[in-house]
Design a binder for this molecule. Structure first.
Ligand code: ACO
Length: 356
């Protein structure tokens, strides 16, 4: 098994090809990609459906528009397009990847959509599976994929965050429907020598006891199986959310976990080049940056264009900032994902892929 994986040790890296895999304890973030649906729904568009206004949505959330997948698009097609672009930007052949982790809470198939993505991008040697942790899913997946690479079990991975929550939003509930949009983002990572490590630290948390404030819950409808025997027929209720509770959770836990991570890694807040948070609400981003003492011009935000795309927000934002030249190779990125579960996590990253 080990030697079969050695074929993936690449010449693209700036490290010698005779480095033993057991020395490859670091993770390089090598390429990014993104894909969003064509259909753009503005705040004004939405106010034709629910009693709201562009002014209310912008001032409370920072969102101006979101993308919504139509019947020609799917979670799988968006995820595959983002993944393919990340591979292209890393300069990798799809056949060289060992693992595809798809972070999603809205798969096309409850049995998992990652294998379909694997087939679409032609990554025949990769094992592919879904990981569900709502809006924390991308960060949880990145850390999970990194463990396979650090142990030497695998060399290259594609981590995709994708969600199509427009399927599960109650479009008549103005308190939640204005927040969400669809999209996908991806990052290509590979094992590298420890001194080049691009995952400098991480922390992950879950608290199921507080999970009721944000749900996409199973509806159990009793159906007859046989005379005298019943079963639960599957189905899901639309997203249920107590916005204020989620808001309080985010502004408390996100700065706290990032402060812990900076302390763990002996990193000064001033040395962070970019703050890359899950894009839920501009007020959450601003409050977190203020509590951390990070300047507003270091806070990455594309909420205005896409809203909350759940597991996709972090890689979608990362790809945008890499593509427009804001994120440069070697820069330090403090990232945090948070959401349903409740779940939240943080990672300190160093970008090492191509930049514009
Ligand atoms: N348009 C107009 N009025 C609205 C709208 C709307 N879209 N939504 C709510 N209102 C009204 C409410 O009915 C209320 O009116 P009332 O006072 O007459 O009852 C008033 O505006 C204030 O409502 P609040 O809920 O107090 O508004 P708040 O300032 O808390 O903002 C918001 C609501 C934007 C949802 C905020 O609480 C928030 O962003 N919370 C975090 C939500 C979030 O990020 N969820 C996703 C997490 S990630 C994941 O894992 C999926």
């Amino acid at each position: 098994f080990f030697s079969s994986r050695r074929r993936h040790t690449r010449s693209l890296c700036d490290w010698s090809s005779d480095v033993c895999s057991s020395d490859l304890k670091g993770i390089r973030l090598c390429g990014s990609g993104a894909a969003v649906p064509r259909l753009r729904v503005s705040n004004d568009d939405l106010s034709a459906r629910v009693e709201t206004s562009d002014e209310w949505i912008r001032t409370r959330t920072g969102i101006a528009a979101r993308r919504v997948a139509d019947e020609t698009e799917s979670l799988t097609s968006l995820a595959a397009a983002a993944g393919q672009q990340a591979l292209q930007n890393a300069g990798w052949d799809a056949s060289s990847i060992d693992l595809i982790l798809l972070a999603t809470s809205s798969p096309d198939d409850l049995f998992g959509s990652a294998p379909k993505v694997q087939a679409l991008i032609g990554a025949g040697s990769a094992v592919a599976f879904d990981l569900t942790a709502a809006c924390s899913g991308f960060l949880f997946s990145l850390v999970t994929a990194a463990q396979y690479l650090r142990t030497g079990a695998m060399t290259r991975a594609l981590v995709i965050g994708a969600d199509q929550l427009s399927r599960w939003v109650d479009w008549d509930d103005r308190r939640s429907c204005v927040l969400f949009g669809d999209g996908a983002g991806a990052v290509a990572i590979e094992a590298c020598p420890a001194e080049n490590d691009g995952l400098l630290g991480f922390r992950l948390n879950s608290d199921g006891a507080r999970g009721d404030c944000l749900t996409l819950a199973q509806t159990s409808e009793r159906a007859e199986l046989l005379p005298g025997m019943s079963h639960q027929r599957g189905g899901y209720a639309p997203i249920g959310m107590n916005g204020q509770e989620v808001y309080k959770f985010a502004v408390r836990e996100v700065p706290a976990i990032l402060k812990q991570l900076l302390a763990d890694t002996n990193t000064e807040a001033a040395s962070i080049d970019w703050l890359l948070l899950h894009q839920a609400n501009q007020r959450i981003l601003d409050a977190a940056a203020e509590r951390l003492g990070i300047a507003a011009d270091k806070v990455l935000s594309n909420l205005a264009n896409y809203g909350n795309t759940s597991a996709a927000t972090i890689p979608l934002m990362l790809h945008e900032a890499v593509s427009d030249g804001r994120i440069q190779s070697g820069q330090l990125i403090a990232s945090s994902g948070f959401g349903a579960g409740l779940s939240w996590g943080a990672a300190l990253l160093r970008w090492d892929g191509p930049t514009s």
